[in-house]
Design a binder for this molecule. Structure first.
Ligand code: ZN
Length: 499
């Protein structure tokens, strides 16, 4: 029997249409849905996701996978077609490696896990969360065995979020950070911190929203192909071609969560908006990995959003919307938004300490999955690591081991992507600076488009055409190293802290 790539793509696009419907519902459920609608809508999502799963693992999908992987046929495909086949094959095999009833039981367990975790966190009571977390970890270990791996059981979990990246790769980066970042951070702690009290105040919501819209426009986010809304836990979601939405949240006493959160989500959105049209609706039509996605958001949030060059141009816009800043110099403002303070809470961490929060999580997860520690030992292990790396101690589990939602939803292997995102971001940005020699001057003058075009050309348009490792090599000409991140951090914060 002869099969055509056209049929393969038609099939992939059918699945993608179901995903698009699920994304729209997901957006609605996190922004606008009235409480009474939640129950029924969850059932709609369940139905759609079963349909998508069935299509991706159907006999038809099996035929495509078998046919296009025949060596002669596979070799004759062009780069994009071959990549689409490889991605579908990988997804198909991963889904098929686990019995369907196990997947279903696991997803029920995880939705229960999330509500138990919420209670446990509210009461700061790890014992309440422990039994279900033990069950989740058992499932994950079993899944890892079924997926298969070469060296480390944790590799099998990591692969879902950071394809082709191994535990060893992550450890390499971490070793570098421990050696270079930890001592640098201690130097900062000893130095005199800039005054950041100017960041406290009253900031009405509609003005904050105006500011968010202004910065998204400056970033060249396309409002004809997206929108900005409010939510409790901000996210970006690509609903389909021409519809990539951003959400943010407004704190009436602090501009930072909405402003930098919007830039962060805007960075994710530019990635999604920049994927080439030919890839839309195919397996390649998404980000290369969670980490590469995070690198794009981190670049905008930190390397641009917390840079002097950016505020040289954007400060007048801030002052226009919040006149209380008219007597604050841009220099004082720049320093205030770059204060480094060890925090117990990952999502409140600054650029310097953030990665250490990930180091803690990675080390804990990797030990759990490989049976070197027990779930019951987590609070103690967690607290000792926080003390070791950040020099502070949680006073309860809510601000310690219970703070993140990920484990309750069955996501282990995800955290390293946050750290890798920062490391990729610094390496990409260093390359951009080399290739656009006047980049800083352009940013100072308000031209963010030149850099956006660079990102689009080098990274965005390709979608998932390359694995992260290959993409890093292609864009920067060398494998991933923590060196660029350290250079960036050292240069920026030595100057701010005068050390
Ligand atoms: Zn993000």
């Amino acid at each position: 029997m002869l099969m055509e790539m056209k049929d393969f793509y038609d099939y992939a696009r059918e699945i993608s249409k179901l995903r698009s419907a699920m994304s729209l519902i997901a957006w609605d459920m996190r922004t606008k849905i009235p409480p009474k609608g939640v129950k029924d809508r969850s059932e709609v999502v369940g139905k759609l996701s079963r349909m998508a799963f069935e299509m991706a693992t159907s006999p038809k999908a099996a035929e495509f996978v078998e046919y296009f992987n025949r060596p002669k046929i596979h070799d004759s495909l062009n780069e994009v077609d071959r990549r689409n086949v490889d991605l579908m094959t990988k997804y198909y095999r991963r889904q098929k490696s686990i019995p369907a009833d196990k997947i279903e039981k696991f997803s029920i367990l995880c939705s229960k896990g999330e509500s138990i975790w919420q209670e446990a966190r509210r009461e700061s009571n790890f014992a309440k969360f422990q039994p279900i977390l033990e069950e989740i970890v058992e499932y994950l270990k079993e899944f890892a065995e079924l997926y298969g791996y070469e060296e480390n059981r944790y590799d099998a979990l990591l692969d879902e979020y950071e394809p082709s990246t191994t535990t060893k790769d992550v450890k390499n980066v971490i070793d570098g950070l421990k050696k270079d970042l930890v001592p640098f951070m201690q130097k900062i702690y000893k130095a005199k911190a800039p005054d950041d009290r100017i960041l406290n105040g009253n900031f009405d919501k509609s003005s904050q929203e105006k500011l968010s819209v202004e910065v998204l426009k400056a970033m060249t986010y396309d409002f004809e192909g997206g929108r900005l809304d409010e939510t409790a836990h901000p996210f970006t979601i690509g609903i389909g071609p021409g519809d990539v939405r951003i959400t943010t949240k407004y704190d009436p006493r602090d501009l930072r969560p909405s402003f930098f959160g919007t830039m962060h989500e805007g960075g994710h959105a530019l990635y999604e908006q920049g994927i080439a049209e030919e890839h839309q609706g195919t397996m390649v039509g998404m980000g290369a990995s969670m980490g590469i996605h995070e690198s794009q958001s981190r670049t905008w949030e930190n390397m641009i959003g917390r840079s002097r060059a950016f505020w040289n141009f954007f400060y007048p816009t801030l002052v226009k919307i919040f006149p209380q800043y008219k007597d604050v110099s841009v220099e004082d403002f720049y320093k205030a938004i770059n204060v480094v303070k060890p925090s117990l809470i990952r999502i409140e961490a600054d650029e310097v300490t953030y990665n250490l929060h990930i180091v803690i999580r990675f080390e804990v997860e990797e030990a759990l999955i490989n049976d070197r520690v027990k779930v019951a030992d987590l609070p103690e292990l967690w607290n000792s690591k926080v003390k070791e790396y950040l020099g502070i101690e949680p006073s309860n589990d809510a601000e310690g081991v219970l703070q993140d939602v990920h484990w309750s939803g069955g996501q282990m292997g995800y955290f390293p992507s946050y750290m890798l995102g920062n490391i990729y971001a610094a390496q990409f940005f260093a390359t951009a600076k080399k290739e656009i020699p006047n980049l800083e001057a352009l940013i100072s003058s308000g031209d963010l488009k030149t850099f956006r075009e660079w990102q689009r050309e080098k990274i965005h348009r390709h979608g998932a055409l390359y694995d992260p490792k290959d993409l890093v090599m292609k864009v920067t000409g060398q494998p991933l190293t923590h060196k660029y991140f350290m250079d960036y951090i050292t240069e920026k914060f030595s100057e701010i802290y005068g050390i």
